[in-house]
Write a protein that binds this ligand. Structure first.
Ligand SMILES: [Cu+2]
Length: 266
């Protein structure tokens, strides 16, 4: 109740909770672990998923592709504009329909255009990865793609129990990034694939603002582990770990993002 109140207050004043919540480039489909292939839709809003925060308009992505059994398929042409609605606004976003054929891992890599964050006077560019598996057959999930900013999973990101852990390594062009700062957010408002927006109701109630975006640091080898308390999708963003540090004369934070999904224990 209190949180709802402060959120609407801040929205009314045109002030956004950039200190309390992190930007996350979503690459969302409800099930990262599927029984069969077929067409899936990926929703691509740039937003604040743990608090259904504002949706930010970004230029079309610089790259979007998938890798399956080592083969890369360009998906940039399948990206189309779509709106996304949060508790704060309805904003411009993107989505893409993709067909999955056969068993294995489909590694989706989405490189958004740099976004100018006025409140910090910097550009932000996230290189986002999400891995969809069909039929529990592992193929490509733990590949290091040598991206400018990347989180390479050491845990299968689609086969984690609620109460389990996720371990990843922050890398930049294959090199570990020691002591990288990582922000963690829960997709706390269920994305509605039909209406293009977050649910009204939160799934969990963070006990304090410090839980809206959680922060941890990688160790000296760029490795981190996070215990996942709740089923659903969780995003990890390693901040400013990329090779590019400037865009149009301003500081650029080139972040590595990965999405993982935990399943309930029944
Ligand atoms: Cu923002």
């Amino acid at each position: 109740m209190f949180k709802q109140f402060t959120l609407s207050l801040m929205a009314g004043a045109g002030v956004y909770a950039s200190a309390a919540s992190a930007h996350f480039q979503m690459l969302y489909t409800p099930e990262l672990l599927r029984d069969s292939g077929g067409q899936i839709t990926l929703k691509l809003p740039f937003t604040h998923p743990s608090e259904s925060g504002h949706v930010m308009a970004v230029d079309p992505p610089q790259a979007f592709y998938m890798v399956k059994k080592g083969k890369t398929t360009d998906l940039l042409n399948s990206v189309k504009p779509a709106k996304w609605t949060s508790a704060s606004n309805t904003g411009d976003a993107y989505e893409a329909d993709v067909r999955l054929r056969g068993l294995g891992d489909y590694v989706f890599i989405y490189e958004m255009a740099p976004y100018y964050e006025a409140s910090e006077d910097i550009y932000i560019q996230q290189i986002t990865k999400s891995i969809v598996n069909v039929g529990s057959l592992p193929t490509d999930w733990n590949q290091d793609f040598g991206l400018k900013a990347e989180i390479v999973p050491l845990t299968k990101p689609y086969a984690i129990y609620e109460g389990g852990t996720f371990t990843g390594v922050v890398r930049s062009e294959g090199e570990p990034v020691p002591f990288a700062e990582i922000e963690v957010e829960y997709v706390n408002y269920e994305p509605d694939m039909a209406t293009n927006g977050f649910a009204q109701e939160a799934k969990i109630e963070p006990p304090a603002d410090a839980f809206i975006t959680m922060t941890l640091f990688a160790d000296a080898n760029g490795t981190f582990t996070f215990g996942i308390p709740k089923a659903g999708q969780w995003g990890f963003a390693a901040l400013g770990v990329g090779t590019d540090t400037e865009y149009q004369g301003k500081e650029l934070s080139q972040d590595a993002v990965i999405w993982v999904q935990a399943h309930p224990v029944n």
